[in-house]
Design a protein around this ligand. Structure first.
Ligand code: OAD
Length: 270
């Protein structure tokens, strides 16, 4: 494979952006959102991941997130996560923007400073009203009962199931972005800063339907000029027509190969 970016790689400067979605974790056993396997108790995730659903039935929403936390804790990073981590360590400049709220990229070894979790972190728990945040891997089925959080330790069955804020007593919620909510401003700024600092030689978009305009926008802006824009997805997406290379395969098969090819494409740097 002759890479357009190989020329750039030979200049010994490689700037990479990787954008990932649920498809990258699919082969670790984490269901995607929009596939038929994404449904949980026959409920549509798009209807559960909303402030309205939480207001209507916080218990149901917490049950769903606890089930997802359990599944993620039992899952392992797959070959795609590992290959992306390898690229992160070898590129001169690298940023991963993932829509995934799981921790599989982190467990594959990508440092936090090279990762933007644009839809939040499923293991964080935050107050639905004030700024109180428990980022202390609230991955246990019940809220952890230590430190400040001792005050939200369960005192009854309903407290176990829907934790309350130790500061203002409002309901605690998972630390993720729901449909219709704003993206975290500081994380958006990190992406913008990376894009402002220069175009990318290689942009890989893997396992996402790219339904959100900002994903498309970031991919296109990052690959402006001469950048390679590679899409890895078995299905067509709104991004496909802009890609310089389409790889219609699963992420765990295709991404390691793409990363190997990049590394073999002549750069002593990668
Ligand atoms: P989706 O569930 O919408 O899409 C998963 C994508 O991955 C689809 O395009 C599949 O074709 C593709 N796919 C499936 N298996 C794959 C595999 N093994 N390898 C590669 N690709 C595969 O997930 P996202 O696009 O990530 O947001 O969804 C984006 C956001 O919508 C999520 O972060 C979440 C969701 O609702 C919020 O909750 C705010």
């Amino acid at each position: 494979m002759i890479w357009k970016s190989a020329l750039l790689l030979n200049l010994y400067f490689v700037r990479v952006l990787v954008l990932t979605g649920a498809g990258v974790s699919a082969e670790s056993g984490i269901p995607t959102f929009r596939g038929k396997d994404g449904y949980w108790r026959n409920l549509d995730p798009a209807k559960l991941a909303t402030p309205d659903a939480f207001a209507r039935d916080p218990q149901l929403v917490w049950d769903w997130y606890r089930e997802r936390r359990r599944r993620i804790r039992n899952a392992q990073p797959n070959a795609a996560h590992e290959a992306i981590a390898r690229l992160a360590h070898h590129a001169d400049e690298f940023l991963l923007v993932t829509q995934n709220v799981d921790d599989l990229h982190a467990r594959a070894g990508i440092p936090a400073e090279k990762t933007v979790q644009i839809h939040g972190d499923i293991f964080a728990t935050r107050c639905s009203r004030c700024d109180f945040l428990d980022a202390d891997r609230g991955g246990s089925p019940e809220p952890p009962a230590r430190g400040r959080l001792r005050s939200i330790a369960p005192t009854s069955k309903s407290d176990v199931e829907v934790p309350r804020c130790p500061t203002c007593n409002a309901l605690m919620r998972p630390g993720v972005v729901w449909f219709g909510e704003q993206l975290p401003g500081n994380e958006v700024q990190r992406v913008e800063n990376y894009l402002d600092n220069g175009a990318c030689d290689v942009v890989i978009v893997a396992g996402t339907t790219a339904t959100f305009g900002y994903i498309l926008d970031w991919a296109l802006r990052a690959s402006r000029g001469d950048g390679e824009l590679i899409e890895v997805n078995p299905q067509e997406t709104p991004l496909s027509r802009f890609a310089t290379r389409l790889v219609r395969e699963s992420a765990a098969i295709a991404v390691p190969r793409i990363v190997d090819e990049l590394m073999d494409s002549g750069s002593s740097k990668l």
